[in-house]
Design a protein around this ligand. Structure first.
Ligand code: TNX
Length: 504
């Protein structure tokens, strides 16, 4: 039936039918949820789901309940969704939609009545951070495709979109103060076909205007998704340096990167470079209301700093031990800047290496070590170990899968992921793990179709690891997935079939 699996679900005899006469009544607190439900279901059943109390009514009702929790009762008398906040009501509405036949997910105006079984469901999420990282830097995703992806996340009750906006191969966010970041940084000549492959011969680029971002953030907010922007630094910055050579360490001009891997080009540690990025951050903060802002901090190669007299002078002047501490000092400047504006810095686990600033949220991707160290040091932690959550890795060791990248990560691997590291089991520090995210890096994912194929159905399995209670039953999940795949198909998602790859 439902994915992610609800905490409690009881079925009883009887059913209800949503049709063009069905009414929808809401507590004023949930009027946005009601509007969403009307927009999704109205066209399918050929009605408007107007307020009223006809024989068949869907009711959204406010109760004292924990954040994001809901109760859903359906039966001959109608549908009752109870929640304590709009997020809970929204999740109740999402579950309600999954009780309907898959046709409920279509865009066609079939006008057909939609039956649903009688159930009683009580549900609430296990974790507060149920995320998905999307890399729009390596390959740009248009606004329309991004809005659609947000809808798909919401259908799986995910609530954080970690948007990786900048990298060596592209800068995807308009910054009014520094237009060259997108004029130059958003475009590249061509890129590698595979990891070490030939060039594809296709120029690539694109960026979001600030108006686009406002629309994306508002669309996500209506679906109870927080967009956490990432401006990755001091590594992964070649596109920015291509646009503004004064940010780099070399005197030679650079172009936006056209190859994959961990680049050698990193920001210099001049005061004006830090000011530059603080100014960038100020525009980011205006656009993204998220309490969390990521400055990346991953995979920063230190060779250029080792070779740079200016960086070495900076180390001496600050009394630092080495380049790791220099990176920490730099990250610290952004932590302070964000904290003074009421936001919390997010960084990858590498920022622990030279000491992470107090209050930093650690996104731990390499293995559990960083997560364990960070949690024990009192940091808030989001886990996303690549070996369990990287959906850019292929789903089977099959030559018909798309050009391989990383290791193999099957649907079962994702389903069996436990967000709290085993080394923290039973430890007080486990409380610092606020959730997890799956990650879609897009070096080799160059189209929305390819993104669908890599994301689904594994994202559905991931959603269950962060929403549902920790017990897992793979056979039960497979059965529910059989109900779920037709929903994805009705939504037009080109998911990977369970019995083998589509040939790519
Ligand atoms: C590592 S995860 C990266 C990304 C790559 C990814 C590919 C992380 C913080 N850095 O830059 O895209 O691997 O799977």
């Amino acid at each position: 039936m439902i994915i992610p699996k609800p905490v409690r679900l009881n079925t009883s005899p009887g059913r209800f039918v949503v049709d063009r006469h069905t009414a929808l009544t809401t507590d004023p607190a949930f009027s946005e949820v009601a509007a969403w439900l009307r927009a999704e279901l109205g066209p399918v059943v050929g009605g408007e789901l107007l307020p009223g109390t006809s024989s068949g009514t869907i009711t959204l009702s406010a109760r004292e309940m924990p954040p994001e929790a809901y109760r859903l009762s359906t039966g001959a008398g109608g549908v009752l969704i109870e929640a304590g906040d709009p997020a809970g009501a929204f999740y109740g509405a999402q579950t309600f939609r999954q009780l309907l036949p898959p046709e409920a997910f279509r865009r066609a105006a079939t006008g057909q009545p939609l039956p649903l079984p009688a159930v009683h469901i009580e549900d609430r999420p296990r974790f507060a951070w149920r995320g998905c990282l999307l890399d729009v830097a390596r390959h740009f995703l248009t606004k329309a495709d991004l809005l659609r992806f947000i809808d798909l996340m919401a259908a799986h009750k995910l609530n954080v979109l970690h948007l990786h906006l900048t990298d060596d191969q592209g800068w995807r966010l308009e910054i009014r103060r520094y237009p060259r970041l997108t004029e130059v940084g958003a475009w590249r000549r061509e890129s590698q076909l595979g990891w070490n492959g030939a060039m594809d011969g296709r120029p690539h680029g694109g960026y979001y205007t600030q108006d686009d971002i406002r629309e994306i953030v508002a669309h996500a907010a209506r679906r109870h998704i927080t967009v956490v922007p990432e401006i990755d630094l001091p590594g992964h910055t070649q596109a920015a340096i291509a646009a503004h050579p004064e940010l780099g360490n070399l005197d030679v001009p650079l172009e936006v990167a056209t190859t994959w891997g961990v680049g050698a080009n990193v920001l210099n540690t001049e005061k004006r470079t830090i000011t530059f990025f603080q100014n960038v951050m100020d525009e980011v903060l205006e656009l993204f209301p998220s309490p969390y802002i990521s400055v990346g901090g991953d995979e920063c190669r230190k060779d250029q700093w080792r070779a740079s007299p200016a960086a070495q002078r900076r180390i001496a002047e600050l009394g630092l031990r080495d380049e790791e501490e220099l990176q920490s000092w730099m990250i610290g400047r952004f932590a302070d800047h964000l904290a003074a504006r009421g936001r919390q810095l997010v960084g990858w686990d590498e920022i622990l290496e030279g000491g992470a600033p107090d209050g930093a949220v650690i996104a731990s991707w390499r293995d559990d070590h960083g997560a364990v160290v960070a949690a024990k040091a009192g940091h808030t932690v989001v886990t996303c170990p690549n070996t369990s959550t990287y959906l850019d890795y292929r789903q089977a060791p099959d030559e018909d899968e798309p050009v391989p990248f990383g290791t193999v990560l099957t649907l079962d691997d994702v389903y069996s992921f436990e967000p709290v590291p085993a080394a923290l089991a039973g430890d007080q520090a486990a409380q610092h793990v606020i959730g997890s995210q799956c990650c879609l890096w897009t070096e080799l994912i160059d189209s929305p179709r390819h993104l669908d194929y890599m994301a689904f159905p594994r994202l559905a399995a991931f959603a269950e690891t962060v929403w549902s209670p920790p017990e897992r039953d793979p056979a039960d999940f497979r059965q529910r997935l059989n109900d779920h795949l037709p929903r994805l198909a009705a939504l037009g998602v080109e998911y990977r079939p369970d019995d083998g790859p589509l040939p790519w």
